[in-house]
Ligand binder design. Structure first.
Ligand code: SF4
Length: 185
C-alpha cells in the first residue's frame, strides 16, 4: 500500500497534542482560497511511499501520528492503513481534513482509527485565533474516541510554530503554517 506524501516531520510538537510524527499527504482538489499549502494541491508532486516504510520511520519518543494535507481522505485506503498501523503501535491518531465530518461519512471515509479529527475547508475570512490547531472558525474538532476526548484540554493552549535548520535547508511548520517547507524522505 502506497501513500503519496508531500512532507514528513518525524518529531513535532506543533501539529497536535504532544510529540507527534506528522505526515502531509500530497494532493487536494478542494483548493481553499488562502490555503497555506498550495504546493500540496497537485497529485503528481511529492513521493509515493510504502505505508509500512512510513510506519517504520516513527521514532519511539512520539505519542501520536498526525495526518495533514493536502487532503488525506483523497487517498482513503492508504491513509486508513497508516492510521491503523499507528494504532497498532499504541499511538494516538489525529487527522486534518478539508471535508466536513458529514461529508466524510457520506463518502464512506475510513474513520475507524482516527481519535481526533479537525474538519472543514479553510476559510481565510474567518481566522480562528482562539483554538489550537484550528485554522478558521468554521472548522470543528471532533473527539472521536475516548483517547481523543482525553486530549481535549490540550486544545486550549497557545498555538506554536517550529522552525528547524536542517541539512536540506529551513523547515517551518505549525500554526499559522508556512509554505516552502523542506521535503525529507
Ligand atoms: S483542504 Fe486543506 S490543503 Fe486542501 S485547499 Fe483546503 S486548506 Fe489547503
Amino acid at each position: 500500500m502506497q501513500l503519496r506524501v508531500g512532507q514528513i516531520v518525524a518529531d513535532t510538537e506543533a501539529e497536535g497534542p504532544g510529540r507527534r510524527f506528522a505526515v502531509w499527504t500530497q494532493g487536494c482538489t478542494l483548493r481553499c482560497e488562502g490555503c497555506c499549502n498550495p504546493h500540496l494541491f497537485t497529485d503528481r508532486g511529492g513521493a509515493l511511499l510504502e505505508v509500512d516504510a512510513l510506519l517504520a520511520r516513527i521514532p519511539p519518543q512520539v505519542e501520536g501520528l498526525s495526518v495533514l494535507g493536502g487532503e488525506p481522505f483523497e487517498q482513503p485506503e492508504a491513509v486508513a492503513a497508516l492510521c491503523e498501523g499507528a494504532h497498532r503501535r499504541g499511538l494516538s491518531v489525529m487527522v486534518f481534513s478539508g471535508f466536513t465530518l458529514a461529508e466524510l461519512h457520506a463518502r464512506g471515509a475510513p474513520l475507524g482509527h482516527v481519535d481526533l479529527l479537525v474538519d472543514g475547508r479553510y476559510v481565510a475570512a474567518q481566522p480562528d485565533t482562539s483554538r489550537r490547531w484550528v485554522g478558521s472558525t468554521n472548522q470543528q474538532v471532533h473527539f472521536l474516541t475516548e483517547r481523543g476526548r482525553a486530549d481535549a484540554p490540550r486544545f486550549s493552549a497557545p498555538n506554536t510554530v517550529e522552525i528547524r535548520l536542517t541539512r536540506e535547508g529551513l523547515s517551518v511548520n505549525g500554526w499559522p503554517q508556512a509554505s516552502g517547507v523542506v521535503k525529507r524522505w
